[in-house]
Design a protein around this ligand. Structure first.
Ligand code: PBG
Length: 327
């Protein structure tokens, strides 16, 4: 007895390439980086080798590295020089993100898509993603919404192509959509961090962005990692409120959520390979336990297979080189 059906027939040479179902391409990638108003030179993030905080004067250089490789989009995070309880350094026309966006758009125009992370946690001294009631230690949802609207408008005014709210406040997409529309930015898309989990994998980011919190955690607004159906409801609400692009975050531990959201909504979908995922692979590679390039490639093609259209990854530049070598 021999097998009639042999899967191995299609696993040789060129034929194997012809039957490949998914691919990773440079146009899928979004390169995130940090602009730090307190820095005067590039500072490497200790827990994220190869990732830097860029001083405002070098923000254009950071973007240029991505642009030169053909990466279509960057995602900008700001680290302000002053923080207060109300996050007031997040929405001024001359604050860190707004200035960086203006400079980058002046340099690259429509040849590079600039996405801004829209959240308060990097700008508040308590590190939470909204206005805090200090008696109850609660983040007050509805007081936070108008501020998110203000930040969105300031980002759009500085030239941001897409705003990406990541604070997981209820109603934030609607509030931001209304604020943008009222100010003449009805054509600015919203990429919503729609299904964002309260994840320990954000650890290294909080070093990078100086956005650790001084009390509590984010589990009262970010999602419980045990839940799947809830991620669908979160995404559905954002769709109804006007989100243009959905997102799942973190990436690799949540591929089931990516798959479900893509099946359910057929919307453009981004996935965020977060700081902890990056740090894990980097650390194992440093020890010689994993092949760094192959590991990132496999992780990212798995994200495509699960259904994501776009991948936000700190490894975007290196991936671009790997993709080009494969071609
Ligand atoms: C919030 C924000 C965070 C990340 C992106 N946007 C941190 C958080 O929610 O605690 C994490 C990204 C990463 O870990 O790479 N502004």
């Amino acid at each position: 007895m021999f097998p009639q059906i042999r899967m191995r027939r299609l696993r040789y040479g060129k034929l194997k390439e012809m039957v490949q179902e998914n691919d990773l391409s440079v146009s899928d990638l979004i390169y995130p980086f940090f602009v730090d108003e307190t820095a005067s030179e590039k500072i490497e993030v200790a827990s994220m080798p190869g990732v830097f905080r860029w001083p405002p004067a070098l923000a254009v250089d950071a973007a240029r590295e991505a642009y030169n490789l053909g990466i279509p989009a960057v995602l900008i995070f700001g680290i302000p020089k002053t923080k207060d309880a109300l996050g007031t350094s997040s929405y001024g026309d001359d604050d860190v993100v707004q200035k960086a966006v203006r400079a980058i758009k002046a340099e690259f125009g429509n040849d590079l898509i600039v996405i801004t992370d829209l959240c308060m946690c990097e700008y508040t001294d308590h590190g939470h993603c909204g206005i805090v009631n200090f008696e109850t230690h609660d983040v007050v949802n509805d007081l936070t919404l108008p501020i998110l609207g203000k930040i969105a408008v300031s980002h759009a005014r500085s030239g941001a192509d897409i705003v990406a709210p990541s604070g997981m406040m209820d109603g934030m997409i609607e509030a931001i959509r209304l604020a943008l529309d009222e100010n003449g930015f009805e054509n600015t898309p919203i990429m919503s961090y729609s299904s964002k989990y309260a994840s320990v994998f954000y650890g290294p980011f909080r070093d990078a962005a100086d956005s650790g919190f001084c009390f509590g955690d984010r589990s009262e607004y970010q999602m419980n990692p045990a839940n799947g159906d809830e991620a669908i409801r979160e995404a559905e609400l954002d769709v109804l409120e006007g989100a243009d692009i959905l997102m799942v975050k973190p990436g690799m531990p949540y591929l089931d959520i990516v798959y479900r959201i893509k099946q359910e909504f057929k919307m453009p979908l981004a996935i965020y390979q977060v700081s902890g995922e990056y740090a894990m692979i980097k650390a194992a590679a440093e020890k010689g336990w994993l092949d760094e390039e192959k590991c990132f490639y496999e992780a990212c093609i798995s994200m495509k297979r699960a259904g994501s259209d776009m991948i936000i990854t700190y490894y975007a530049k290196e991936l671009t080189k790997i993709i080009k070598e494969k071609a």
